[in-house]
Write a protein that binds this ligand. Structure first.
Ligand code: URA
Length: 428
């Protein structure tokens, strides 16, 4: 006779039959799974029932609270400064955290940016920064606090103590086709952000082929669910819905995305990366009580670059070091004269991943120099036979599969089309 409080099969049947789980059932489920009393195949069945039948607001809130309770909670109150963090649901060429964290820190707001490594076609912030010689992602909590007090911004790996239930659950979802469930994504992201202890949080919820959420309705529902969870937990939370139909900026990879971020910090860089960095910085600064700060000026006058350099140095990196470059390259040419009407984000993300910028299994290494460099963006005029993209890798046998990923990704039309807005909506 089991001494467990609930029967896992009853819980799975309840969700399968569109029932509602009680708070006690949810607390027990998360705890029992974390300690191994619920088997992976049972949790996989429950996740699939949640993906198909959903959860109500109380269930999502309790599920999130139970995941927070599975680990430690951080506390930045000793810093004596407001704190703000940003989370992106993941996209192609999304290097915004790199210029954003130092930019917000310029104004006396501490930015504890706990980040992850990439899996699949969306790159991970830590993989990008690890292209910088010497840079170290793993910091102790004491090192992180010291850097926040001194530099004001830190981008580092989330420690194992933060929402351990989510780590186990996310790995299972990844291999059972249950990542794309709104209650599970919202609780996964928000449990980590609430446990991290930030005072304010700005969510960048991506919509389009390169994102988890392919359409606006789903993205809006995810954003609303996360904003509600954040506010209910006392975190000042807002979300922007942003376009991920095409990659952000002109680079998708690791070292090449660092290079582009440094261009933005030097007051230049692609217009879309600058627009989103500034918009997210304004949201973070307003949420943290600094509504009059001018982030655009801090990019232009070098203040954000100064914080970037200190942030990289504090984690052992050399901000002046030459970044690794791929050994081999191949160019893809524009197929016709006209206006580039579409450049599919997912295709570019998969190509960069296949070239070696991303990993298929979490223990794989990434190539720092691999990726895709774009020479044109939707709306630009192109000429048949001129370079459209450069594929970069150390391992030339990867070119063929990367080219396959890009088949059908490019649309050239004779006349200009209306540009899609980068920032689609704001949810607060
Ligand atoms: N990122 C997370 O941290 N969790 C998810 O479920 C999806 C994206």
């Amino acid at each position: 006779m089991s001494s467990e409080k609930f029967d896992t099969v009853d819980i799975i049947r309840t969700k399968r039959d569109r029932g509602t789980l009680t708070p006690e059932q949810i607390d027990w489920t998360i705890d029992a799974y974390t300690r191994g009393a619920i088997a992976d195949e049972q949790m996989a069945a429950l996740n699939m029932a949640i993906l198909l039948n959903g959860m109500d607001r109380e269930e999502i809130s309790r599920w999130t609270a139970a995941m927070i309770a599975s680990g430690e909670r951080m506390d930045f109150s000793a810093l004596g400064k407001p704190t703000a963090d940003k989370h992106s649901t993941g996209g192609v060429g999304d290097k915004i955290t790199l210029p954003l964290a130092p930019l917000v820190a310029v104004f006396g707001v501490a930015v504890p940016q706990l980040s992850g490594r990439g899996l699949g076609h969306t790159g991970g912030t830590l993989d990008k920064l690890e292209a910088i010689p010497g840079w170290r992602a793993d910091l102790s909590n004491a090192e992180m606090m010291a850097q926040l007090a001194d530099v004001g911004a830190v981008i580092c790996a989330a420690g194992a103590g933060l929402a351990p239930a989510d780590k186990k659950l996310y790995a299972l979802r990844d291999v059972t086709g249950t990542v794309e469930a709104i209650p599970l994504i919202a609780s996964s992201i928000m449990s980590k952000k609430i446990a991290e202890g930030t005072g304010s949080l700005v969510l960048d919820v991506k919509v389009g082929s390169g994102a988890f959420m392919k359409n606006e309705d789903d993205a809006r529902e995810l954003a609303r669910t996360m904003v509600t969870l954040g506010k209910d937990a006392g975190v000042n939370t807002v979300a922007l819905l942003t376009n991920m139909a095409t990659p952000l900026g002109l680079t998708a990879g690791n070292a090449i995305e660092v290079e582009e971020s440094v261009e933005v910090l030097a007051g230049g860089g692609p217009a879309d990366v600058v627009e989103l960095t500034v918009a997210l910085a304004r949201e973070m600064l307003t949420a943290a009580g600094r509504p009059d700060a001018d982030p655009e000026a801090a990019l232009k006058d070098g203040r954000a670059m100064d914080v970037w350099r200190r942030m990289i140095l504090a984690q052992g990196g050399d901000p002046d070091a030459q970044l690794p470059a791929a050994r081999e390259s191949e160019t893809i040419l524009a197929p016709a004269d006209g206006v580039l009407a579409g450049l599919d984000a997912l295709a570019v993300g998969v190509a960069a991943w296949r070239l070696g910028a991303g990993r298929a299994r979490k223990e794989d290494a990434v190539q720092a120099g691999a990726g895709v460099r774009l020479h044109a963006k939707p709306g630009d005029t192109v000429k048949a036979g001129t370079p459209l993209m450069t594929l970069l890798t150390d391992t030339p046998e990867k070119f063929e599969r990367a080219r396959e990923a890009l088949a059908g990704a490019v649309t050239v039309s004779p006349a200009p089309a209306a540009a899609a807005p980068l920032i689609i909506d704001r949810i607060s």
